[in-house]
Design a protein around this ligand. Structure first.
Ligand code: OGA
Ligand code: ZN
Length: 376
């Protein structure tokens, strides 16, 4: 085993330590070997692996390691030689984050909501991309100039992805009716919630379109669930941890529908970053867990509830006719204030669009417009 200066090898060669600006960082020999950047190991066009990684010897070692400027030169015990750009290894050394990059977290201090204009986004790809990027960054966008027809938002949905049909239909009414079978269709206020956590998959984006609003009340409330989770992690780490572990069930039932699913109020990805929040007082049914576990859960849920209903985190806005909110239902908690029908009819329309098609549209548009020089 030979190595020098800022690179050191363990006696068996199975671990390599590199001194980076952030301090020493250890890499496993096998991890390095399975991603050696040469044409026999990885396809140069797609980066797809050409060797079978699971067949590499488990005791594979680095026999020689040397820094050559910005490159790490390695020889492995299976005879393979490799030159790694240091930048690639530094990229693995990012500090632990609580939220994936590319998102701007916000609270009540948000000065201006991200906005888009319906007709412009419909006609122009750059404007459509701007709308999708605002939606990705902030988790919502306020769209103006939507035709005041029952299915006025459909044309813009068609630019992005299929409308998800559910038992509520395609684009469905949100207005108070005499014989309400869901709180949606009453004049009651709605606590901050995410929609339909009893569904699998849970609807990705909520499109909420205002045809008429009540004169008195009916304002919408928005809370950034990622920010709420982050605040909870800072102020109550035990509560945060509990809400990432306990997976309550959610259920909706009527004569023709029986929907059940489960998942934590705060869901983490494999790297420990918050990727989804759930909150639905109406439909949550936690199992009869051991009572101490339940006591911890109830206290943690209370702490989260206090954050998502706090003035500190809540943005208020009242939709005018012809305005629409698009909201990330994996990130935002939304609600509404109670309203009086005496003050006028309140009629909103709502539809759901999937996350994957929305993300795909944004990523492909970004790449295409960057190639033609239309965006940076
Ligand atoms: C709902 C809902 C919003 C509104 O019904 O789930 O969030 O503004 N409605 O009525
Ligand atoms: Zn809702």
């Amino acid at each position: 085993m030979t190595a020098s200066g800022k690179v050191r090898l363990s006696p068996d060669g199975q671990r390599l330590t590199l001194d980076l600006d952030t301090g020493p960082r250890e890499f496993a020999a096998l991890w390095l070997r399975e991603r050696t950047p040469d044409a026999e190991t990885l396809d140069p066009r797609t980066g797809q692996r050409l060797i079978e990684a699971a067949e590499l010897p488990l005791d594979l070692a680095v026999e020689h390691a040397e820094l050559d400027g910005e490159t790490l030169a390695l020889c492995f015990s299976d005879g393979q030689a490799a030159r790694f750009p240091l930048a690639e290894l530094r990229a693995e050394d990012r500090p632990r984050e609580t939220i994936a990059p590319g998102r701007t977290l916000w609270d009540a201090g948000l000065s201006e909501p991200p906005r888009a204009d319906f007709a412009t986004a419909l006609a122009d790809d750059t404007a459509l991309l701007g709308m999708l990027e605002g939606l990705h960054r902030y988790g919502f966008v306020l769209v103006s100039g939507v035709p005041i027809d029952e299915d006025g938002m459909q044309a813009l949905i068609d630019r992005i992805g299929p409308l998800r049909r559910t038992n509520w239909g395609g684009i469905a009414d949100v207005k108070s009716v005499a014989d309400a079978y869901d709180l949606t269709m009453t004049q009651r206020g709605l606590e901050p919630h995410t929609d339909n956590p009893y569904r699998d998959p849970i609807p990705g984006y909520i499109w909420l379109h205002c045809l008429t609003n009540a004169a008195d009340g009916g304002d919408n409330t928005l809370v950034d669930g990622y920010r709420a989770a982050q605040v909870l992690a800072e102020r109550g780490p035990a509560a945060f941890d509990c809400l990432t572990r306990v997976t309550p069930g959610f259920r909706y039932r009527d004569e023709t529908t029986w929907l059940e699913s489960e998942g934590p109020l705060i869901e983490l990805d494999g790297q420990g970053r918050v990727i989804r929040v759930r909150y639905s007082n109406r439909t949550e049914r936690v199992a009869a867990l051991p009572t101490e576990e339940l006591a911890r859960y109830y206290a943690a849920r209370r702490a989260f509830y206090e954050l998502i209903t706090s003035d500190e985190l809540t943005v208020h806005l009242k939709l005018d006719p012809g305005q629409m909110l698009i909201m990330d239902n994996y990130r935002l908690l939304h609600g509404r204030r109670a309203y009086e029908l005496a003050g006028g009819v309140r009629h909103l329309r709502q539809g759901y669009v999937d996350r994957d098609s929305t993300a795909s549209r944004r990523l492909v548009l970004r790449q295409r417009l960057a190639e033609t020089g239309e965006v940076a």
